[in-house]
Every structure is written in C-alpha cells, then in structure tokens.
Design a protein around this ligand. Structure first.
Ligand code: ATP
Ligand code: MG
Length: 420
C-alpha cells in the first residue's frame, strides 16, 4: 500500500470528546472514526486489524469443528418471548424497533433464541449432532456506560459459537476443547502468559461460567489469581462458599485488574426446551440437545491490544494483528533514494511482505512520527546515508537500535514467517 493512496489523516491531538485511551490512540492513528459514544467506524487499517483478529479466531474455531454462519441482525420477537428474554426488565440492553406494519422486532444483542429456532429446520436425528455453528457478527447493546472506547461498544463485533450436543459427556468434552482453543487465540494475539481462565457467575445450567481474562492495567474487572494453578476467580463470585468449593485459599490469591476477552457458558437444555428443539436418539426417544455458548469480543480485543501495548509514541501492534509488517520511508528527494525505495517496495511486496510505503511529500520527521503512531512492527528507511552505508536501515517499533542491511539481507530478514 502506498501511503499517498490511503485517505486517512493522522492527528497529533486526541479529540476532546474521547475519554478512553484505546479510542484516542486509534482515532489519532487513523484506525477508527468515532460516530458517537460507544459507536465507531473502522477505517482501512482498522478493518485490516479486525480481519487479522477474525482470521485467527476463525482458524481456531474451524479447528474444533466450527461451521461459520452469518445470522441476521433483525430478529423476530417470538423466540425471545418463548424463552422469557424479550422483556426489557429481563434484558436491559435491548435495542428494538418496528416494521412499517407495526410488528415489533429486536436488533440482535445475542443469538441463542434465533439460532435454536433456525436449527429446528436442520436437526432431527442423533446423526445430525453434535454441531458447532459460529459467526463473527455485529451485536447491538444499549450499554449504560460506553466510555471505554472499543472495550465497551453499543455496536461491537463478537464471535459467538453455539454447541449442540447429544449428552452432557459430549457437551463437556467440547466445552473443554473450546477453552483450549480460546487460550491459543489469546496467545496468538500477544497475551501469552497473562490470560487466565476465570470462574465467574454461572450460566443457566452450571454453577460457574468461564471467563477469559487478560491481566492488564486497562482492566475494568477485578479477578483473584492463583499463580501456581494458573486459574482465577472473578471478584463477583469470591464468597467463602465458592472458595471452599474450588479449594482456594483467599490468602494465596492475588488481586489483579483484567479485561474479559471471552466468556463460555453451559446452557443445558434451557433454550432447546423453551423453543422445542429436539432430536430422536438411538432408542427412538425425543431429546433436547445440550447447549453451550462461547463468545469472544473481537472489537474489544482490538481496543485492548491497542491500549495494552501502546507506549508514549503511539500504538505497538503485535506482528500477528498488525495492519502491515513494514513501514517504508524514503528520506530526501534524490532520484537514487526514490529508486531504491521503489525497488524495495516492489521486491518485498512480491515476496509476500505487507508494506505501507510512505511515498508522500512530507518531512522525514513527520513520516517517522507516523510510523511510530501507527505502530507498524518494522520500519525501513532508505536515505543517501543508508545507501552509502550499503543499503537501508531496519528498526523494530519496540527498540531504539537500528541496523543497516543490504537489499538482499533485508529480504532475507523479513522473509522469516512473521505470522505465527
Ligand atoms: P461484560 O461482562 O464485559 O459486559 P458480557 O458478560 O455481557 O460482557 P457476553 O454477552 O458473554 O459478555 O459477550 C461475549 C464477549 O463479548 C465478552 O466476553 C466480551 O469480550 C465481549 N463484549 C460484551 N459486551 C461488549 C461490548 N459492549 N463491547 C465490546 N465487547 C463486548
Ligand atoms: Mg461478563
């Protein structure tokens, strides 16, 4: 990508109406546009980051047998009435609207009811199960507090998977498999070693649900971690009864701030029963499938990655989610420099390295500041000085040291598979 062809503008100052640091940085660096509190649009580089995060999630969901779907945002009210969750007193985050003929409809904040209702057309027999549909889709929630930028949107991207199993045993096995897949996902996003599976208040079936919490100064949640066992308990469930049940000793637990990046629940037959979803088992008996639901905050992850890794110069994207691997800058207007930079851009692009080539007619200082603010992992500079020294200068976003490499050495260095 040539910077001259990218329409976004970066800014030195954060907009005064934005309180959250993740949104301030993402707006300044040209990744998102704020429409209103809790509602953001994604600009080209923001869209690439969302796609990179989604790709990692998709790979891990497919690896456990997921079937990707894309369900509608406009939802019928009947399935939600059947489960008792249409009432605003039960679910306070609903956005609702009406069709032209007056029919009330909901704007999806979750999809248990619609998916169970949909699957009545596709599940009959035990041979049709288990199944694991999932989607990456925009959710709408009328959140009271929407002051945390991408961490708490009124409109946000979620990955939601639903499992339909024939027995509790089959359900439990899959549930554990997803828990494992979740840890891989957070590892690949740069949160290795600081993500804790956390006991939290229960689903409708089990005593607990499992949250996935990333330890971070950004955190809104308080959790208590057991460093040896690598597990944690959400503050909301740390009463004596729970601690006894989990054989945890409050004296051994460490209080930490964390961000909930995912949440998995065992739902039992609550929704299958409410909506009449059944399958015929091997003995010819009608049974409700056992359900689980598995959420990941896709846009929340983008906000967390942005805020968690940022430094005083700007964003610092982990290589797996960065919009580009290299930010290429030519310094000065000599024809020789321009030619060398063009050639590096061409060669690296050809060998599959993604590059933002800052070909604008701007001062070098301006370009370097942008490279840092935007947070691309590697910066490559071509100048008369670097050419005289044998090539170009490579610098990692996270270190201050630079090294001079020939074109071939650079290609070799950046060819190492950057994607884990
Ligand atoms: P929270 O406790 O943070 O309000 P939740 O328990 O309501 O979240 P779920 O309904 O389980 O969340 O949603 C699954 C995941 O979606 C959460 O783990 C979180 O990462 C993300 N998420 C939930 N609400 C929001 C929101 N308003 N904005 C961005 N991401 C969200
Ligand atoms: Mg929660």
């Amino acid at each position: 990508m040539r910077r001259s062809e990218l329409f976004i503008k970066t800014r030195k100052q954060a907009p005064s109406d934005e309180e959250s640091r993740n949104a301030q940085l993402l707006i300044r660096a040209g990744f998102v546009h704020k429409e209103m509190a809790g509602v953001y649009s994604y600009l080209p580089m923001g869209k690439i980051v969302i796609d990179n995060i989604s790709r990692i999630i998709r790979e891990e969901m497919n690896a456990v047998g997921g079937n990707e779907v894309l369900m509608s945002t406009i939802q019928r009210k009947e399935p939600w009435e059947a489960s008792g969750r249409w009432d605003d007193k039960v679910v306070d985050a609903w956005f609702k609207t009406k069709l032209a003929n007056g029919t009330e409809v909901g704007i999806g904040w979750s999809h248990e009811e619609p998916i169970v209702s949909m699957l009545k057309d596709h599940i009959n027999s035990y041979k049709d199960l288990p199944i694991y549909p999932y989607q990456i889709q925009t959710k709408f929630r009328n959140e009271l507090r929407a002051k945390s930028g991408l961490l708490r949107g009124r409109e946000f991207l979620m990955k939601d998977m639903y499992s339909f199993s024939r027995s509790h045993r089959e359900h439990d096995q899959f549930y554990e498999k997803v828990a494992g897949a979740y840890m891989k996902i957070y590892d690949r996003m740069g949160f290795s070693g600081i993500t804790y599976r956390t006991f939290a208040s229960g689903g409708s079936f089990s005593r607990f649900s499992d949250e996935f919490q990333v330890l971070s100064h950004v955190g809104e949640d308080t959790i208590y971690i057991d460093e040896k066992m690598k597990i944690a308990v959400n503050k909301e469930v740390t009463d004596q009864e729970t601690l006894n049940h989990l054989k945890l000793d409050m004296g051994q637990l460490k209080e930490e701030k964390a961000v909930e990046v995912g949440n998995i629940f065992s739902l039992g037959t609550k929704y299958s029963d409410a909506l009449g979803l059944k399958f015929t088992d091997e003995k010819g008996q009608q049974q409700p499938p056992i359900m689980g639901c598995y959420g990941i905050g896709v846009s929340r992850l983008m906000g967390l990655i942005a805020e968690h890794f940022a430094d005083d110069k700007g964003l610092v994207w982990p290589e797996n989610v960065a919009p580009y691997q290299v930010y290429l800058v030519g310094v000065g207007d000599s024809e020789q420099v321009k030619q060398a930079a063009d050639e590096i851009y061409g060669n690296l692009t050809e060998s599959g390295v993604s590059i933002m080539y800052d070909d604008r007619d701007e001062r070098p200082g301006e370009k370097f500041a942008d490279a840092d603010l935007i947070g691309i992992p590697y910066r490559v500079v071509v100048s008369e000085k670097s050419l005289a020294a044998g090539g170009c200068e490579l610098k990692k976003r996270t270190s201050s040291g630079t090294e001079v490499l020939s074109k071939d050495q650079l290609a070799e260095r950046l060819k190492i598979p950057l994607q884990a």
